[in-house]
Structures are given as C-alpha cells and as structure tokens.
Design a binder for this molecule. Structure first.
Ligand code: NDP
Ligand code: X2W
Length: 343
C-alpha cells in the first residue's frame, strides 16, 4: 500500500483528495493535516467520509509527514515550497496542487505571486503534472507541480491546434468561467451567495496569475512565444470550468474534428465530443474528464473550442491522483473511474 499524506486536508481540494483516495485500492491515507482542526477526527468535519477515512487531523510537521511515501500539498501558494526540500531529502515524493513549482522562471513567479521563492533550485526538477503532455517525465519524477484549474482546461483545448501549427499564435483568446469552489473554502466576501449568486462577472482582466502558466505551456507546445488574452469569470455554480477558446486558422486543409480525435484517442481522461456538440460543465462534474468540442462558425477562419472540466477533479485533486498513479507505476485511472454526477 502507498502511504499518502495530505497537507491542507480541510480545504476543498484536500477533501476532494480524501474522497478519491478513500476508494483507491492501493492507497492508505496515513497523515492528514489542518492547523485549525488539529486533534479533530476527519469524519467529524466531513461526515461524508465516515467509515471511509479513519484519521485525525494533525499539525503539518515534516517529521510526521516523512513516514509517508507521497505527500500532497493542497495548501495556499507559498506553503509547499517551505517543506518540499526536506521531504524529498527523506525519500518522500511530493505532489503540489498549488502554484509553487509551476513556473520555470523564479523571478516571474515572484512577480505574479508577490513573494520570494523559498527554494528556486528545486524548480528545474519539478515536472509539470499534465499527463497528456508529460507522461514519461511524470513516471520518474520526485516532485510534481500540478497545473492550475484554468490552465488545464485551456491547454488541453488549444494543444492539438498549436502542435500542428494551424493557428495564428499571436492572437489567442481564452474566455473562461469558473465555479465558486475555485476560490477555496476560506471565508471571502466575493464568494458569499448573496454576492455571487444571481450574478456573473469577469475578474483580473488586466492580468491573472494563471496567464504566465498558460503562456508557458502553450509556448512549449508550439516552440515559440504566444500572444494570449485570458479573461477569467466567476459564475454562480459550485464546481466547473468552462473555457471558450478562440483562434484564427491559418490553414484550411485540416479536418479539425479528426485532428482532435486522433490526438486524444488514447487519453482516458480527454473526451472529444461529436461534431457540433456543446460541452457542459454538468457532464464532467465529479469526474476526472475533460470534454472538448470543436466548432468553426459558418465555416469561417475562426475556430472555437469548448473545453470543460471539474475544477476540483481534473483541475486539481483528480489530476494529482492521476500523477501519483503514474509515479508509482499503477494504471493511470486507478481510483479515478467515477462517472459525472447528473443532474
Ligand atoms: N479550489 C480549486 O478549484 C483549485 C485549487 N488549487 C490550488 O490548490 C491549493 C488548495 O486550494 P483549496 O483547497 O481551494 O484551498 P482551501 O483554502 O480550501 O484550503 C486550504 C487548506 O490548506 C490549509 N492551510 C492553509 N494555510 C496553510 C499553511 N500555511 N500551512 C499548512 N496548511 C495550510 C488549510 O487548513 P489549516 O489552515 O487549518 O491548516 C486548508 O486545509 C491552492 O494552492 C489552490 O490555488 C488548484 C486547482 C484548483
Ligand atoms: C474562482 C477563483 O477564484 N479561482 C481562483 C483560481 C483557482 C485556483 O485555485 O488557483 P490555482 O489553480 O492556481 O491553484 C482564482 O482566480 O484565484
């Protein structure tokens, strides 16, 4: 059995990890941390886990976590980087759901995240945990930087077009909507039902911290810098990300539906919908799937890609477990076969 630790077990991605790992046949959840709830049983905070997780929240301490084979950090940015080095030195694999190791340039990271990086030397070793592009490197990694939720939906949507060089890379547009759980469980005015219910708004239009992460991934796919306008929106739903992606085609020869189907034909967690379909977040809620639909309105030069995920599953905890499966030589979908909840 793989002994797993979760730092930040009371947050939304933490409890989603617990939900997934509770039914994972190869994992025993050995340590779950929370500073605020240290000493409290996990199933007292989350009764849904009664009979599934027999653990008590503890304070996050390296000595306790070092008894694990793998530690997930489901913590705010700036936390994993303080403990990762010590855990790796003690032979523990680290899977970080936060942004601490996502950007390859420590200076750029500091600018977007507003703090100095505590261990810039580890950044080069971290493998960006998007299995659809980095599967082989993930298998032998010690440290995984799980992609952000918006970046997962946008990169999976744009990749086939970029890899084939079919679009104008200077003017990409990602118009993306997120459910409120994307903001985490902490109390926040903007996430109150009376603030975001019955309303819909864009935010961080002048620059969101996922912009450099998405640009970095797309530039790697195409081999040159990309020009991207990324506008996130907050929608009054709990889970889900819906990305509407726009690009200008530079070639008319390719059958785009066939291109996407071919690119993702062996990917368990990327589902290309039939021609003309409209992807919806409800159809991936609770599942580790990304569903993608391709459109070319009026047969013109603009291609519109719809890409949907559950931000807490393929956008965070499901993808983290997908990475863990690869790192430990398991089948990629162990523990991740849940079908979306409907309605
Ligand atoms: N929500 C989402 O959809 C997604 C989130 N992410 C990323 O995953 C990470 C977790 O997000 P989310 O679950 O939403 O966050 P939450 O705010 O819901 O939970 C944060 C958790 O971290 C713990 N924590 C907070 N500060 C510290 C600290 N300094 N040291 C140790 N533990 C700490 C909290 O418990 P306590 O304070 O009691 O210790 C809590 O359990 C973030 O980096 C987020 O950006 C990534 C993709 C999607
Ligand atoms: C709706 C909402 O607030 N979403 C969050 C992003 C999601 C997140 O947790 O960020 P990471 O993926 O980088 O970890 C935000 O815009 O700050």
């Amino acid at each position: 059995m793989i002994r797993a630790g979760i730092v930040g077990g009371t947050g939304y991605t933490g409890v989603e990890l617990l939900r997934i790992l509770a039914l994972h046949p190869e994992v025993e959840v050995a340590v779950v941390t929370s500073r605020a709830d240290a000493g409290v049983r996990v199933d007292a905070v989350y009764p849904s886990l009664r009979g599934h997780i027999d653990a008590v929240f503890t304070a996050p301490e390296v000595d306790t976590l070092a008894a694990c084979d793998v530690v997930f950090f489901a913590t705010p940015n700036g936390t994993a980087m303080l403990m990762a080095e010590q855990l790796l030195a003690r032979g523990v694999k680290v899977i970080d759901l936060s942004a601490d190791f996502r950007l390859q340039d420590a200076k750029e990271w500091s600018q977007w995240y507003g703090m100095e990086h505590a261990c810039p030397d580890l950044i080069a070793e971290a493998v960006y945990g998007l299995p659809e592009i980095n599967r082989e490197r993930i298998k032998s990694a010690r440290l995984i930087a799980c992609p952000g939720c918006y970046p997962t939906s946008v990169q999976l949507g744009f990749l086939p077009l970029l890899e084939k060089g079919l679009i104008d890379c200077d003017h990409l547009i990602a118009d993306v909507k997120s459910g409120v759980s994307g903001a985490g469980r902490k109390a926040e005015l903007a996430a109150l039902m009376s603030e975001c219910g019955e309303s819909f708004k864009a935010y961080s239009v002048s620059g969101h911290r996922h912009l450099p992460e998405i640009r970095q991934g797309l530039a790697l796919a195409t081999g040159k810098p990309v020009g991207l306008t990324f506008v996130p929106h907050l929608t009054p739903m709990i889970r889900g990300i819906h990305a509407t992606l726009y690009a200008r085609l530079e070639s008319n020869t390719e059958d785009l539906q066939a291109l996407y189907e071919q690119k993702y034909k062996d990917e368990i967690f990327v589902d290309v919908l039939p021609n003309g379909a409209h992807a919806d977040t409800r159809s991936v809620r609770g599942s580790n799937r990304c569903q993608i639909a391709i459109h070319r309105p009026q047969g013109g030069q603009t291609v519109v890609i719809l890409s949907v995920i559950d931000n807490l599953v393929k956008g965070a905890s499901g993808q983290a477990v997908q990475n863990m499966n690869l790192m430990f030589g398991l089948a990629e979908d162990v523990g991740l076969s849940a079908v979306a909840l409907y309605p």
